[in-house]
Ligand binder design. Structure first.
Ligand code: NAP
Length: 532
């Protein structure tokens, strides 16, 4: 029988508390169709505090049995989650489109990315070396004191709370990067669904719940909580069973969760991905040689996904060249001729409009789509323009406006570019366009940018994050809460693991990864040398 036939394709509207469904509580909310602003059926029921307590206790009970499963067992489970998501077929894609107004094709791609991420972590678990095992054999006759046998490796942190992102209903939500990396590390997961796409969340949760059942995983391996306000999410972050948090969203929301976690009697790590304007520097040769193509590519990057990517180029630096004004005119023309489009939620639409009004009064130039026929959560794409001197004197011009807009900063000199780069907040990414000679001349700019971002891009745009082992989707605060980690790529697994050392243990009592015979044939450092 096809897996799709085994999945419940109707929306029920209640939380997933381990293997049971939550109650139809009185507190409800609906998703909205962003093209009209109208509510979409069915209503979703907020989890109660008692249901949260039950989910957290189940996750706590699953902590050791799930965390101690062989990597290959967890890999098979993750592959089933991916298979089950694919088995949801068009139902999932249509619901995601309804709740976000983003096109079907976008979700076909995002589903492939989501399932690809799950399978990437399955591959990582099957290979096994991610635990970074190190073995230092004992030297009992070492003088003046004997050396003990010391071995260490990554072990799971314990239950993780994951907050879904509004702008990636699949790839950064219920079975997205945070969930996949936490489950891969051996951590049970409790997801807080985003209120913007609860139906999408329920479908994906049903795919995970089925895999939990089919693979006989501990019941508390996965739960999903619907919640109308912040009470349930905050109570989850404070719950003693929770050992780490993953979040993608606003700086205000992320910061609130960081502060809550830090104020717990036992503080826990919080991995928040928040605001970033992804500065984009056009160096002279780029504007002189490729002005037209770059204006079109910048337009595509700023307006793609209605500008709702954390990697959108929100700050563009231009040098003074003979081609600069033609580049700006071309870009402004393209923006003026871009149709309005709906943002994901009424709240994001309001934030866009309010921030745009404020910015208008602070800049020298402004162009937006001329259309006045706005409906639902529609906004007009726009571009702002300002001199480098003004930018330097108005720090809030460096703030993110989430949506299809960007700020062009005209720099009179290289020194101005360097000064601005030095003043930038932490960012997910920065792009530099030019040639190799520019890179040599602007080596000091690159050196500054490297201290500000998680990813440096040459002759490309920051949107479009490749999911691969070497990707870094992170960056210093406020881009993220911890610049040492990445939310994309297989390195994300170590966010939800911690190093544990076993000293003088007999071989029979050690985890497989640390046994002398290396039964899993993983890469390890033994007495200072890498080998398998
Ligand atoms: P958000 O308001 O930060 O919400 C994200 C999630 O966290 C939602 O589930 C929200 O609950 C919850 N939440 C927010 N504040 C909380 C708090 N103080 N305590 C407990 N839970 C809290 O982000 P959003 O709704 O996705 O979008 C709003 C803004 O976030 C955008 O305008 C944009 O600036 C930014 N954003 C940034 C990125 C990025 O990747 N950097 C991505 C998306 C959004 P509810 O569902 O109940 O609201």
């Amino acid at each position: 029988m096809r897996a799709s036939a085994l999945l419940n394709m109707n929306l029920y509207g209640t939380s997933f508390i381990g293997s049971t469904r939550g109650a139809k509580t009185d507190e409800t909310f609906n998703a909205f169709d962003p093209t009209t602003g109208n509510a979409v059926e069915p209503a979703f029921h907020s989890a109660s505090i008692e249901e949260l307590e039950k989910a957290a206790n189940l996750a706590d009970a699953a902590r050791i049995p799930y965390g101690n499963l062989p990597g290959k067992t967890r890999a098979n489970f993750l592959r089933s989650v991916a298979d089950n998501i694919e088995a949801l077929g068009d139902t999932l894609i249509e619901r995601a489109t309804l709740e976000t107004s983003l096109p079907n094709a976008r979700f076909v791609g995002e589903r492939a990315r989501t399932c690809g991420q799950l399978r990437m972590f399955a591959d990582l678990l099957e290979e096994g070396s991610w635990v970074e095992a190190r073995i230092d054999h004992a030297i009992p006759d070492r003088q003046p004191i004997p050396k003990p046998d010391v071995r260490s490796m990554y072990r799971p942190l314990g239950p993780v709370a994951v907050f879904c992102a509004s702008n990636f209903p699949l790839a950064y939500s219920v079975a997205g990067g945070d969930t996949a990396s936490a489950l891969a590390a051996g951590c049970p997961v409790i997801v807080i669904a985003h209120t913007a796409h609860p139906g999408t969340a329920e479908f994906v949760a049903s795919a995970i719940a089925k895999a939990v059942k089919d693979h006989e995983m501990p019941e508390g391996t996965f739960s999903l909580l619907f919640s109308k306000g912040y009470e349930i999410g905050q109570a989850l972050v404070k719950h003693p069973a929770i050992r780490a948090v993953g979040f993608t969203g606003s700086r205000r929301g992320g910061r609130a969760l960081m502060d809550l976690a830090a104020a717990r009697p036992e503080p826990i790590p919080v991995y928040t991905e928040m605001s970033s304007v992804n500065p984009t520097f056009f160096l002279p040769s780029a504007i002189e040689k490729r002005s037209e193509a770059l204006a079109s590519d910048l337009h595509a990057s700023v307006t793609g996904g209605v500008g709702q990517f954390c990697t959108k180029p929100g700050l563009v630096f231009l040098p003074q060249t003979a081609e600069t004004s033609a580049f700006i005119s071309n870009f402004r023309y393209q923006i003026a001729n871009t149709k309005p489009a709906p943002l994901l939620t009424g709240g994001i639409q309001k934030a866009y409009k309010d921030a745009s009004e404020t910015r208008k009064s602070e800049v020298d130039g402004f162009t937006e789509t001329t259309s006045t026929e706005l409906k639902g959560f529609d906004v007009n794409p726009s571009v702002f323009e300002v001199s480098a001197a003004d930018f330097l004197s108005k720090p809030d011009l460096g703030d993110e406006i989430f949506g299809p807009t960007t700020l062009i900063v005209n720099a009179d000199s290289k020194e101005e570019m360097l000064q601005i780069a030095g003043d930038l907040e932490g960012q997910l990414a920065a792009s530099v366009h030019g040639d190799e000679a520019d890179l040599a001349e602007y080596a000091d700019l690159i050196a500054i940018l490297e201290t500000k971002v998680g990813r440096l891009i040459f002759n490309g745009f920051s949107t479009g994050v490749e999911v691969c082992p070497s990707m870094v989707h992170g960056g210093p605060y406020p881009a993220t809460s911890d610049s040492r980690s990445t939310a994309v790529g297989s390195r994300a697994i170590t966010r939800f693991a911690r190093l544990v050392c076993f000293q003088n243990f007999p071989d029979s009592a050690l985890p497989e990864e640390l046994k002398d015979s290396n039964p899993l044939a993983i890469w390890r450092m033994t007495d200072g040398e890498m080998g398998r």
